[in-house]
Design a protein around this ligand. Sequence first.
Ligand SMILES: [Zn+2]
Length: 405
Amino acid sequence: MILNSKKLIRIKGSRKRELHRAGWIMKDAHTLIENGYLEIENGLIRSVHKGRPEEKSVDHGPGVLMPPLVNAHLHLELSALKNSLPFDKGFKHWVKLLLEKRDAMGKEELIKAAQNSLQDLLESGTLYLGDVSTLGISRQLMEDSGLNGVFFREFLGSDIPGVLTLKNDSVSFSVAGHAPHTSSPQLLMALKKSAASKTLLFSIHVAESDDESEFIRDKKGEWANFLTARGIDFSSWDIGSKTPVSYINDLGLLDSSTLAVHLLNVNEKDMDLLALSNTKVCLCPRSNWNLHKKLPDIEKMIQKGIQPALGTDSLASCASLNIFDEMAFVQKSYQGLDPETIIAMGTINGARALGLEHMTGTLSKGKKAQFLYRPLGGLNKKNILQRHIEKRKKGKGSIIFGLDS
Ligand SMILES: [Zn+2]
């Protein structure tokens, strides 16, 4: 399935030098160039500079050329569950229904919805993904789509799989452990080892729910009863008097090749552990708000030196997979964050979180010639960043350049 759209202009393989002009170029969240030119050749960016009127260029208009967005955590395979689960009956109820409904659906239905999601991601300019899949069905879809990123095959429980990591140019294939309270420590450590042996990223949901925190802290409670009822023996798990983050630190999971997702229930010590180990962090505020009525402490994390990326989690807990929507929600919910920080979260921080900063995240020399044109008018240096993180108006979508075919 090769994605296509009227708004997509493929420029890969174009050997000839091309210049693209716009009223503004957002080289990165902190560098705006008025009347800017983007020079590309052989599918890569050669330079970004101020206008030289004598040069022949493709003139896009008064809007902005900017880097594509990165959704560092989502589950394409759950797209068919959009708008089908209630959020007001508690997290456990939501998880139970999710599994029941997903298992009742045919593979074809799940695949079709995942394909539609890939198309929507393309249309929104969200071209880089960190997709997490328990069923494995989205791997081929992502590879065929031309969107780039990392596909994580996710495991939970205690059965340790064989090595299945592979890599190609545009999509890396790696593994994820589901979460500290759903997977045995042996499984989590084996998955981390498997990813590390191929210098690939390992991903894990951590510190998301109160049940998880209670179980890791007390070694008893509702989650402990749930595992016991299913015959899962956790007596050898080295938990108790710990937070989820300190527990996975003790397992040796925190380092610069681990992507920790959610971090809703973390204290300052946990943040220090994440920052000092250079662990990558991805936050999904809209999903957290829907499921837990809580938000991660982004301001504090940034003070600690963490550079969080943004994800959406799946359509089962979030209204869209579009990172412009996630940035608009962050803007509305966190008065202390400036637009530069929020745009960095949706671009370069996402690229770093997925280990793709050599390819994307900014419009800089040597990165892929992939960019968005946003046809916004009335821009000036003061309002330009703000305009990108406002709630979207219909008909003001991005035009996407340079997706691989
Ligand atoms: Zn998730």
